[in-house]
Design a protein around this ligand. Structure first.
Ligand SMILES: Nc1ncnc2c1ncn2[C@@H]1O[C@H](COP(=O)(O)OP(=O)(O)OP(=O)(O)O)[C@@H](O)[C@H]1O
Ligand SMILES: [Mg+2]
Length: 319
């Protein structure tokens, strides 16, 4: 499991009890949506998972389970943390920036030349293969977590490129490496042509895409999104929903997504969690077994309408 919550509660210092007894497991590769009425604690739950807030009670684990080790001989993609104690066998290729010199604990952020291999049986210790910082926190075993807020929160005085590079600049990533990763992230959100533009020169949807690129540049394995498209018109929102689903699929991300919208939840998710009004609890869930890609044709299909009706009934049952 990449996220595991047991008996989690959150009461704010002013006495507001936002969350009550949350038990939740999220597996690698899921697209899980939190759906619930305003004030039921969706943002609070996301912030707890991100480590931005401490729980009042319960246990939260974010990281890879021991059975998600990298099989021997498989090249390790850049930025993927190596599980604690995992031994890399002969010939495992190390790509730029990832690991490691035999026997020597490598400080985070030290790039290693391409093709460098780890000798037979060499063990990698926890955290060694993690790049320094980025604006996301490593969970257990160095799983990187990135957060996308409802508003793009871009620096108005910086170009798109500067904004997207910010987490890498803060982490002290060498410039050439950072610029390469920024270019890749901008391409993923189809903003390459606007790298030199300023936020005021972008539409709302493009600003959100820049904000998503800023999250992706940290190469997260877990992407937390709090109503990222809530402020956008429906056409833009539908397009970004398609885009984010495609990104999730291509980048093999795990996404936890918050929305008020039944339609958005039904379109995007592999699993929808329906929350009760405050104090928030997860009352019901609906798995959505719909193949990728999800297209506009899905939105007008009967099974989509049926799922929306089902989600609507589950929500109404909570009132
Ligand atoms: N820092 C805080 N201090 C006190 N109370 C808070 C704080 N943050 C949130 N709350 C309260 O906790 C409850 C849950 O808030 P939260 O923002 O998680 O709801 P939400 O489900 O995200 O709502 P919305 O859909 O409107 O964004 C609300 O009653 C809110 O007033
Ligand atoms: Mg919220």
């Amino acid at each position: 499991m990449i996220v595991s919550l047991r008996g989690v509660e959150k009461t704010f210092p002013n006495g507001v009890r936002a969350l009550d007894q949350i038990d939740l497991d999220i597996a690698q590769g899921e697209f899980v949506t939190l759906l619930g009425p305003s004030g039921c604690g969706k943002s609070t739950l996301l912030r707890l998972i991100a480590g931005l807030l401490p729980p009042t009670a319960g246990r939260i684990e974010v990281g890879d389970s021991p059975d998600e080790v990298i099989p021997p001989g498989v090249p390790i993609p850049p930025g993927v943390p190596i599980p604690p104690g995992e031994a890399i066998r002969p010939g495992a290729a190390i790509r730029p920036g990832v690991a490691i010199r035999p026997g020597v604990p490598i400080p985070p952020g030290v790039p290693i030349p391409p093709g460098e291999a780890i000798p037979p049986g060499e063990a990698i210790r926890r955290g060694e293969a993690i790049r320094r910082g980025a604006a996301s926190r490593p969970g257990k075993d160095g799983t990187r977590v990135a957060f996308v807020f409802q508003h793009p929160t871009l620096m108005p005085w910086g170009s798109v490129l500067r904004n997207v590079r910010l987490p890498l600049d803060l982490a002290g990533t060498p410039r050439a490496d950072a610029d390469r990763r920024v270019a890749a992230a901008l391409e993923l959100v189809r903003l390459s042509e606007f790298a030199r533009a300023y936020p005021r020169e972008l539409s709302g949807g493009m600003q959100m895409r820049a904000s998503i690129a800023r999250a992706l540049v940290t190469q997260p394995r877990l992407l937390l999104m709090d109503e990222p498209f809530g402020a956008l018109d429906e056409i833009t929102r539908n397009r970004l929903d398609r885009d984010i689903h495609e990104l999730w699929h291509r980048q093999r991300l795990t996404v936890v997504f918050v929305t008020h919208s039944i339609y958005e939840a039904a379109f995007l998710s592999t699993r929808v969690l329906v929350m009760s009004p405050r104090p928030g609890r997860i009352l019901r869930e609906l798995s959505i077994d719909e193949p990728h890609p999800r297209t506009d044709a899905l939105r007008v299909s009967e099974r989509f309408a049926a799922r929306c009706a089902q989600l609507s009934a589950l929500l109404a049952g909570q009132q």
